[in-house]
Ligand binder design. Structure first.
Ligand SMILES: [Zn+2]
Length: 588
């Protein structure tokens, strides 16, 4: 694990980043009054209700309730983790992230070191393919697969020579360097002592992350060795459930084609590209996950899976179908192409060429057809109990679909096949009537009731941090026993620390992961219904009311004490002062 990202750095980042730039680069915005608008990227709509406030550095959709900061937007839109989103924004404004040292985990270096060592290894393997005396075996293999030098170079293919320590010799200059190689998954520690190269006698396929950095490798053995394909192990920068081979390189082609072909191996991706089908990607020896699919759907609305026609291929296809159902929002399509026995995309495209392969893609089976075909194969549709069984089998699957046209269509099909009316089917699918909760970071929005006095003060301060300068009785208010007051006080502290750079987003980021995150995000999006308030007087009014509440509380406390045990001189003086103040305040 990399060290924690320091709070101060997030403050600085939030002061430097402009959410309007960040979003506009991905979802073009139009100016509307002092805010910016667009059709919401998180739900289907025709008229824009997605609003970005430059003042607040905050976005909010009045349609689906999605909202957040620039970091939150990247997490939701690009499916990045928090550190990834921070890294992305930091790179965009030219900041580099200092990591807090973790005393209890001395072996944890930073990920930058891993990226560096992976990049060096990438260079090493590519050089071996050009220069190593035994590289002709690798070159021959690539040639036998019909690959040109240009495509091999385009994918950065390399060669790991036969032998136990070529990479170690080249990059493992000292103990520290060896440890870095091991953490990057490039060498393996021996039981006795020392290390050996993980990849030997293999053609090397570098695997790139969403920013084009090498995060791992796949290696295809030359000759008959085992295993045929070997991937980097999971490391701090390489997660097989997230990474998609070829996506970084193919992203422009995928946008152009508006579709993406998902295959099983990296050799398939390279071979397809050689034949002009440059919009394919592969998962890395793992089943397709929802995470994979969400990432892929960011680039194109149509996904075509290629699977072997055998039993294992059909099972993998069914698992992919199950993963795809929940992410099939409006306009997204999934279809399945089953290859003839004994063929893979690599062999097929070499034999048939591009046009024939693309014809096959056109004829891929749409997800609804595949779904019903598979289910119908398991029951006897000629019998009443068979049709009832079909409904039972389809029910959990349909319940995973988000509501929308596709769901209605599939429901219609099920009704046709099962001869059960759609009304009855809808009733059976009880859980499915709820709209999908797209904004996974947020809780469903309950009605926007005007918040309590404290919440009003919090909302105003959060939306207009400059108001903090008007607060004069903070120390006394800290003692006020009222729900929400401690949060208001922490908000004041954060604004104090951030000074003039504070904005809504920078404050929110301080509360990310805390119990207050969700309620604060809601308050950041909250609007005085129907009017533009004079925020300064509203805030002053709210703080004055809180101060009066404090006077009342303190006065009552002192009076109680006076009755029970009496007051010392100091307290008597205070009580007199308070009563006078209360009296004065009452006359206002
Ligand atoms: Zn929306």
């Amino acid at each position: 694990m990399p060290g924690r990202i320091p709070e101060k750095f997030i403050d600085e980042l939030m002061a430097r980043v402009d959410i309007v730039d960040v979003i506009d680069r991905r979802v073009p915005l139009k100016k509307a009054g002092k805010d910016y608008k667009a059709c919401c990227p998180f739900h289907e709509e025709k008229t824009p209700s997605f609003t970005v406030s430059q003042d607040k550095q905050f976005y909010h959709c009045f349609g689906c309730g999605a909202h957040g900061t620039a970091i939150g937007f990247l997490m939701q839109y690009e499916h990045l983790s928090f550190p990834e989103a921070v890294e992305d924004l930091a790179a965009a404004v030219g900041l580099s992230i200092p990591r807090e040292a973790q005393a209890q985990a001395p072996q944890a270096g930073n990920t930058q070191e891993l990226f560096t060592v992976l990049q060096e290894a990438d260079r090493f393997y590519r050089r071996q393919l050009r220069e190593h005396p035994q590289a002709h075996a690798a070159a021959e293999y690539l040639k036998s697969r019909g690959l040109s030098g240009e495509i091999a170079a385009g994918f950065g293919l390399g060669y790991a020579p036969e032998g136990w320590d070529h990479l170690l010799q080249a990059l493992g200059a000292d103990a520290g360097a060896c440890q870095a190689l091991e953490r990057a998954g490039l060498v393996v520690k021996k039981d006795t002592s020392g290390y050996y190269d993980r990849f030997r006698n293999r053609v090397m396929f570098p695997i790139h992350d969403y920013r084009g950095r090498v995060v791992g490798f796949g290696g295809r053995v030359l000759g008959a060795g085992e295993p045929k394909y070997l991937n980097s192990p999971e490391t701090p920068v390489f997660h097989k459930g997230r990474e998609i081979y070829g996506l970084f390189r193919a992203r422009e082609a995928i946008r152009r084609e508006q579709r993406v072909v998902v295959v099983e191996g990296y050799m398939d991706v390279v071979a397809l590209a050689q034949f002009g089908i440059d919009y394919s990607v592969a998962t890395l020896g793992t089943a397709t996950t929802r995470d994979h699919l969400e990432r892929i759907f960011r680039f194109a609305p149509q996904v075509i899976f290629c699977f072997d026609g055998d039993r294992a291929g059909r099972e993998a296809a069914w698992r992919a179908l199950e993963q795809a159902l929940p992410v099939l929002h409006e306009g997204r399509q999934v279809s399945f192409l089953f290859l003839p026995e004994g063929e893979d995309p690599d062999s097929l495209v070499r034999r048939e060429g591009r046009e024939a392969f693309e014809r096959r893609l056109q004829q891929a089976v749409p997800l609804p057809d595949y779904l019903f075909r598979t289910l119908a194969g398991q029951v006897d549709l000629g019998r009443l109990d068979g049709r009832a069984r079909l409904v039972e089998l389809a029910r959990p699957l349909l319940n995973r679909l988000p509501s929308g046209v596709l769901r209605q269509m599939i429901l219609g099909r099920l009704s046709e096949i099962s001869q059960v009316s759609t009304e009855k089917l809808s009733k059976l699918l009880i859980n499915a009537t709820k709209p999908p909760l797209i904004a996974s970071q947020s809780r469903p929005q309950t009605g926007l009731r005007p918040p309590s006095l404290v919440r009003q003060a919090i909302a105003l301060l959060l939306q207009h941090p400059g108001l903090a300068k008007d607060v004069s009785q903070a120390e006394r208010l800290r003692e006020l026993d009222m729900p929400g007051v401690p949060l208001l006080m922490s908000l004041l502290d954060v604004v104090g620390e951030q000074g003039g750079a504070a904005n809504t987003a920078s404050i929110l980021e301080r509360f990310r992961g805390s119990e207050h995150q969700y309620s604060l995000e809601k308050l950041a999006a909250w609007d005085y219904p129907g009017r533009q308030p004079d925020v300064e007087s509203e805030f002053r009014g709210a703080m004055a009311s809180l101060y009066r509440a404090w006077i009342k509380q303190r006065t009552e406390g002192l009076l109680r004490k006076q009755r029970l045990q009496g007051l010392d001189t100091e307290e008597k003086k205070e009580l007199q002062g308070l009563l006078a103040e209360k009296h004065g305040a009452g006359k206002e």
